[in-house]
Design a protein around this ligand. Structure first.
Ligand code: FAD
Length: 311
């Protein structure tokens, strides 16, 4: 059995594994895809002290750093269930898709999240070539350019307000007849001179030229007419879905949106089970934050272990 078993091999999981291994305790990492969302990222310019790097480069550096320690890395392993310890301080079980199960005295959940796609022609083709999902990450790449934000919930409206301060013009596209964001955000958005809000609009296609985004088409749902907007960037903001479906029957408390509830130490509702990164309630889904939270959850797991009476 492990002392610390980390589920997920993104920035949060890698940080948790390094911190645990440095305590000299038995550490394992099981991940469906080591590297996580970082593998899908092009340029990273907000990882402080590293002015610029690329996703695949950071992903392999994450894995290399973990491999420098005595950590049992189980890549391409998907967790499908968690069974809490039967007795206080007992072993927690994590079931894998391949039928095997792993046991550990503590578990750190860091299975991350995924952006919901609009699934229109051009989205996949121009991902990282004008189609973006993270305004904190990619906003500055569109300085002085024209962008659209798809989605009029809180994250879409926050993104539009944020981007309006950087880019030349923002078109906010909402499917419904009205925005769903908090009133205070909507008032702020309406006060900005370089933002146009289009409601009852269904995005139908993202266009490109010379390998880059050049426009977006939407259907006016009231008049069935199709309109085209010329622009250089599209931010898709229709939801970030935590990869926590596999925890539904585990007893780990999740919010209605599926985020793992954690306290300020990264502890979940189940003793010995900790969590970090995009899968949790911790706000602002960023690499630097996921790594810090992973380190914190790992130190909390160690603190939990040293308080257990030897069996
Ligand atoms: P993830 O990176 O999502 O990793 C989750 C891990 O868990 C993966 O290894 C995954 O395979 C594994 N996993 C999932 N489910 C299971 C399961 N059931 N069993 C086993 N393993 C599982 N942030 C920045 O700070 N700067 C940027 O420039 C930036 N750009 C981005 C660009 C894009 C296109 C995207 C998508 C995100 C970007 N982000 C950026 C956000 C950043 O990538 C995330 O905040 C960060 O990766 C979260 O780390 P994490 O470890 O919590 O989760």
């Amino acid at each position: 059995a492990f002392d610390v078993l980390v589920i997920g091999g993104g920035p949060a999981g890698a940080a948790a594994a390094v911190y645990a291994a440095r305590k000299g305790i038995r550490t394992g990492v099981a991940a469906e895809r080591f590297g996580g969302q970082v593998l899908d990222t092009m340029d990273i310019e907000n990882f402080i002290s590293v002015p610029h790097t690329e996703g695949p480069k950071m992903a392999s550096a994450l894995e290399q750093h973990v491999k420098d320690y005595d950590v049992d890395i189980m890549n391409l392993q998907k967790a499908v269930g968690l069974v809490p310890a039967k007795t206080a301080g007992g072993l927690i079980e994590v079931k894998l898709e391949n039928g095997a199960s792993l046991k550990s005295r503590t578990v750190i959940l860091s299975t991350g999240a995924r952006w919901r796609n609009v699934n229109v022609p051009g989205e996949a083709e121009y991902k990282n070539k004008g189609v973006a999902y993270c305004p904190h990450c990619d906003g500055p790449l569109f300085k002085g350019k024209r962008v659209a934000v798809i989605g009029g919930g809180n994250s879409g409206v926050e993104a539009a307000i944020d981007l309006a301060g950087i880019v030349a013009h923002v078109t906010l596209i909402e499917f419904d007849s009205q925005l769903r964001a908090d009133a205070v955000l909507q008032r702020k958005l309406a006060s900005l001179p370089n933002v146009k809000i289009v409601t009852s609009a269904m995005t139908t296609e993202i266009h490109g030229e010379n390998g880059k985004v050049s426009g977006l088409s939407y259907k006016d749902r009231n008049h069935d007419s199709v309109h085209r907007v010329d622009l250089e960037g599209v931010f898709v903001q229709i939801g970030l879905v935590p990869n926590t479906e596999w925890l539904k029957d585990s007893g780990v408390a999740l919010t209605p949106r599926g985020e793992i509830e954690v306290d300020y130490r990264g502890e979940t509702s189940i003793p010995g089970v900790f969590a970090a990164g995009d899968a949790t309630t911790t706000p602002y889904k960023q690499i630097i934050i996921a790594m810090g939270e992973g380190a914190k959850a790992s130190l909390s797991a160690f603190d939990y272990l040293i308080r257990q009476v030897p069996a």
